[in-house]
Design a protein around this ligand. Structure first.
Ligand code: C2E
Ligand code: MG
Ligand code: MG
Length: 622
């Protein structure tokens, strides 16, 4: 019988399903396809005679196994296995080891193979002489690493199914291994990505220095250490005096080069434990641990001189650069947190600037009081007058729903009309009003006005909602609930048309005091949005507790979304957080069609911004 003559029929006879079961045509095809795959796997036949000359090798070839190689002694077996691991070589998937031949020390060879991680899963079928004590020998063979045992004379009907099932097992294990390794790679990649993101989140892209957020974390540590060890620390706030001029004259690329040069100058003057950060475009901070007032002032002066002596060269110009430096001390007995320390150093820097620039100034509480008083003395009467003469007004910015783009509501943004008619934005007067106890009256005006606006809308716009910004003090005032309830009732406005915006930082800082009020207003039907989301970096656990309906991603993450991969990652994860917590996600500062499209693709639920509509003094008819 020639091998070619009965090859495929033979295999089928040996592996055909039991009689009585008749698989469908395509199922049959699938089985044959899988059998062909198994028959293409690599088999090493180790026997005293070469290749097809052994009965086992010949049987395999006759049954269409296409990759059968042979070895005639231990050394050849190991050599064949080793070569199969070479790059580009065909792998060997199983070993048929005929130990009847004296050339093979079957058990020793099995053990040698099992020691190699690459061959640990390879099926090994031992073929041995049938003997009277064969039963006693089986455990030894399996212990050495054999996976199956056949006896001479080997029968085709026995051999082929055993080989097929061994190869099937090997194939399944290989697939499992591959999945495991793919998963490991994916996890490793994700870890690298996360580490990179972590780096980007805490470092400044341009200079590689720590950014503001990372500085704040380091500052918290330093403050705790200062307190525990009775040491003094110092924070130096360095502001370049001419950066904006050079940046405007020479363009951003040159401006960036200047910022990097200054970072390098500061780097050169750092002590081993100092921390250097860039905290805004042209502002740096140096954090010095374990110092004294005199030593910190000396260090600041050295930095000022180093920058003063530096000449910044562009193609055809030479610039003299200098910096104003504010110094704030963190004293061991003082109860101060990171943002207070930063505010103090920035205040001192501001003093250095007002005293003539290119100076170092040490923070002094009296400076601040004088400043606030100076500022307040100017603003308090202006705000009082505006309140008395009803010179506040509201601007309204449309909020659209995504996908679709339907206007679902507006954000109400307060403006103050000065006595010469100019409009003043809230960032100029709200902080003074908050500090000087005038915010209460403004909050009341805002609530009454906003509800009045909703009541006056025509019937076809009666489903529009209004987002209202209130100060954090409002939510600590028990009078807010009756004020809102009475105004809604009197004007016949449904409570769910009002969404109060509460900033993330304020919410975190005073959640315990405001929780009750927020819950009562929500029971009334009002909605809540967490404004400036992302800037406070509240932990996920904290967020879970906030009873808000919307997360409003801060505009600073949206503005450069197209070009900033870090913002893209952050925005995506904020959306994910929102989705997980079952909150709708809003994006503000949408300034272009491209950003809007990207946000829609990410799955943002609402959007507002200059591209969609600028704040206007009235709500446009629907
Ligand atoms: P906010 O609540 O985050 O309001 C968004 C601010 O971004 C508004 O500034 C708005 O005019 C501005 N804006 C909107 N779209 C864009 C855009 O595409 N690009 C840019 N660059 N800006 C955009 P506004 O009106 O000056 O308000 C500033 C902040 O003042 C508000 O921030 C809010 O915290 C506060 N505020 C506004 N109205 C009130 C109010 O009635 N009461 C209180 N207590 N605070 C208010
Ligand atoms: Mg807002
Ligand atoms: Mg906001």
């Amino acid at each position: 019988m020639s091998p070619a003559h009965n090859s495929s029929r033979d295999t089928r006879a040996a592996t055909e399903p039991a009689a009585g079961y008749s698989p469908a045509q395509d199922e049959l095809q699938d089985i044959h396809h899988r059998l062909d795959e198994l028959r293409a796997m690599g088999i090493l036949v180790a026997a005293a005679v070469d290749g097809d000359a052994t009965p086992v090798g010949a049987m395999l070839s006759r049954n269409s196994f296409t990759h059968v190689v042979s070895a005639t002694n231990d050394q050849e077996v190991l050599q064949a296995l080793r070569s199969s691991l070479d790059f580009g070589a065909r792998p060997i998937d199983m070993l048929l080891l005929d130990v009847a031949a004296t050339q093979f020390d079957g058990h020793a060879l099995c053990r040698a193979i099992r020691r190699q991680p690459a061959w640990r899963d390879m099926p090994i079928i031992l073929i041995r002489q049938r003997s009277a004590w064969q039963e006693d020998m089986l455990p030894g063979s399996f212990a050495a690493g054999a996976t199956d045992i056949l006896f001479h004379p080997v029968q085709r009907v026995e051999l082929i199914p055993r080989v097929i099932s061994a190869l099937l097992l090997k194939k399944e294990r290989d697939i499992c291994r591959q999945h495991e390794s793919e998963l490991e790679t994916e996890l490793a990649e994700r870890k690298v990505m996360e580490a990179r993101l972590q780096y980007l989140v805490s470092h400044d892209d341009l200079t590689g220095l720590f950014n503001r957020r990372r500085l704040e974390l380091a500052l918290e540590d330093v403050i705790a250490n200062a307190r525990a060890r009775g040491q003094t620390a110092a924070l130096l706030y360095v502001d370049l005096d001419q950066f904006k001029v050079i940046n405007d004259l020479e363009g951003h690329a040159v401006g960036d080069r200047l910022l990097m040069s200054v970072a390098n100058i500061l780097r050169k003057h750092l002590g081993a434990h100092d921390i250097l950060a860039r905290i805004s475009s042209d502002e740096y901070a140096v954090l010095i641990e374990d110092t004294s007032e005199a030593a910190a002032m000396k260090r600041a002066e050295a930095l000022r001189i180093a920058i003063d002596e530096y000449r910044f060269r562009t193609e055809d110009r030479n610039y003299h650069v200098c910096a104003s430096i504010g110094v704030a001390l963190v004293l061991p007995h003082e109860d101060i947190n990171a943002s207070e320390a930063l505010a103090r150093s920035s205040q001192a820097c501001f003093e250095a600037k007002t005293h003539g620039r290119n100076l170092v100034h040490l923070f002094n509480k009296d400076d601040v009081e004088t400043n606030i008083l100076r500022h307040a003395a100017d603003w308090v009467p202006r705000i009082r007058e505006a309140l008395a003469q009803d010179r506040f007004c509201m601007f309204f910015q449309p909020v659209i729903e995504l996908p679709g783009g339907r206007v679902v509501g507006y954000e109400a943004l307060i403006r103050m009309r000065d006595n010469d008619g100019t409009l003043i934005t809230p960032d100029r007067f709200i902080p003074v009003a908050e500090r000087m106890g005038l915010i209460h009256d403004i909050d009341i005006w805002v609530v009454q006005y906003a509800i009045g606006v909703l009541a006056r809308l025509p019937r076809e716009q009666s489903d529009l909602t209004l987002n209202v910004n209130l100060s954090i003090h409002a939510f600590q005032d028990p009078a807010l609930l009756p004020l809102v309830r009475d105004n809604l009732e009197r004007n016949g406005v449904a409570a769910d048309r009002i969404t109060f915006e509460i900033t993330e930082t304020a919410a975190v800082a005073s959640y315990d005091q405001t929780r009750n009020m927020i819950n009562q207003l929500r029971e009334l039907g009002c909605r809540f949005a967490l404004d400036d989301f992302g800037t406070g970096f509240s932990s996920f656990n904290y967020l879970k507790q906030f009873p808000v309906d919307y997360l409003k991603i801060d505009g600073s993450f949206i503005r450069n979304l197209l070009n900033d991969p870090v913002d893209q990652r952050l925005v995506k994860s904020m959306i994910e957080v929102g989705r997980t917590l079952g909150k709708l996600v809003v994006a503000e500062f949408v300034e272009s069609a491209e950003i809007l499209a990207l946000l829609e693709e990410y799955g943002v639920n609402r959007a507002q911004g200059h591209f969609i509509g600028e704040p206007l003094p009235e709500i446009l008819p629907g």
